[in-house]
Design a protein around this ligand. Structure first.
Ligand code: FAD
Length: 314
């Protein structure tokens, strides 16, 4: 199913929905552990999951493998991230073929981060320069088979802080054929809502999916926010800093803060949230619990895992 249809359904029914993002782990054991966790987290009720794209041979292959695993064995609708970093057109086509064969119908088209050993991003020989070019290529090659999402930046991106220019480029990506936008993580909701208004003023009408990063520990919270150069509201720091060495207390306070932020976003009319799980279940589960969004006997999972259904456990 296309993500745009899932988002339209959430709009139509007014029922909030959410999705999870995972990244390919570095070791074989890590991959196995993640599959088990993905299966457990299926029971939280995500509409779909994203698998990020890492530059380089084995990591890129792993993204494709994880998409196959999610689609074919876990029965999870997967959105495959695909970037232009170190990707000539043949490599792009190969990844798209694998996604197509796996039954995947959703791609998040990105320019990509620079490889670890390079500071500046450079296009591969016979590759694409901007995410927009990738969107054009996917539409040209596959018509409407893939639904395509693109990235949006409420607080600017690494190599560009000029909001107007970024909005122009966002519009180009949408005009090229993207049908939804997923944002970079943020904690400043007022700024996010201001940005959404500016996106709309720019004539961009497709759904915007906010990227939500739950808080697992104080150190990881600060590290990720600083890495993304994302603003942390002072009252968040005032509440979290005094308990920074107590992970349990940080998660408790963090879940309240993040859930409050989610409620404010929903109150503004946005119906779908995307959680950056960092491949962990606990912090995301706590936020969903706080929002009272986890399945319960009164509100069962709509689609139990296919193999459980066939064994009569559904
Ligand atoms: P683009 O939209 O192509 O923009 C890149 C830069 O080029 C910007 O500065 C933009 O303003 C500029 N630009 C765009 N079009 C033009 C033009 N026509 N003329 C001049 N300049 C232009 N990275 C990964 O490596 N793997 C992932 O899986 C991944 N997933 C992500 C998921 C989300 C939701 C987000 C928000 C980011 C993700 N990233 C990922 C990071 C992303 O790849 C980087 O932020 C990257 O630097 C920009 O990617 P983009 O797709 O936004 O690029």
């Amino acid at each position: 199913m296309h993500i745009r249809d899932m988002l339209a359904e959430a709009e139509r029914t007014g029922e909030p929905s959410f999705s999870f993002e995972y990244f390919p782990p570095k070791t074989a054991q890590g991959v196995q552990n993640l599959y088990e966790r993905m299966e457990r987290m299926y029971n939280f009720g995500p509409k779909f999951i994203d698998i990020t794209w890492g530059a380089g041979g084995r990591v890129a292959e792993l993204t494709c493998e994880m998409v196959v695993q999610a689609q074919a064995y876990l029965g999870l609708e997967a959105c495959m991230h695909l970037t232009c970093t170190d990707m000539g057109v043949e490599k792009v086509n190969d990844a798209l073929r694998k996604a197509y064969k796996a039954g995947c119908t959703n791609i998040l088209a990105l320019r990509g981060d620079p490889p670890r050993d390079k500071e500046k991003w450079e296009a591969a020989e016979d590759g694409f320069r901007y995410a927009r070019d990738l969107v054009v290529h996917i539409r040209k090659t596959y018509g409407d088979h893939f639904d395509i999402g693109v990235a949006g930046y409420p607080e600017g991106c690494d190599d560009n802080k000029d909001e107007d220019l970024l909005l122009d480029h966002l519009k180009e990506k949408v005009d090229a054929g993207a049908s939804f936008i997923v944002t970079q993580m943020f904690y400043d909701v007022d700024n996010f809502l201001r940005w959404v208004k500016r996106v709309r003023e720019h004539g961009i009408t497709v759904p915007i999916v906010p990227g939500i990063m739950p808080i697992a520990t104080y150190a990881s919270f600060l590290r990720r926010a600083n890495h993304m150069k994302c603003k942390i509201p002072q009252d968040w720091l005032d509440k979290l800093e005094p308990v920074k060495n107590d992970d349990v207390a940080v998660r408790e306070i963090g879940k309240t803060l993040v859930a409050e932020m989610c409620r404010k976003i929903l109150a503004a009319g946005i119906r779908h949230l995307h959680f950056y799980t960092m491949n962990l279940a606990q912090a995301t589960r706590m936020v969903l619990e706080e929002l009272d969004w986890l399945p319960s006997p009164d509100r069962p999972l709509k689609q139990p895992l296919p193999w459980k259904q066939s064994l009569g456990f559904g």
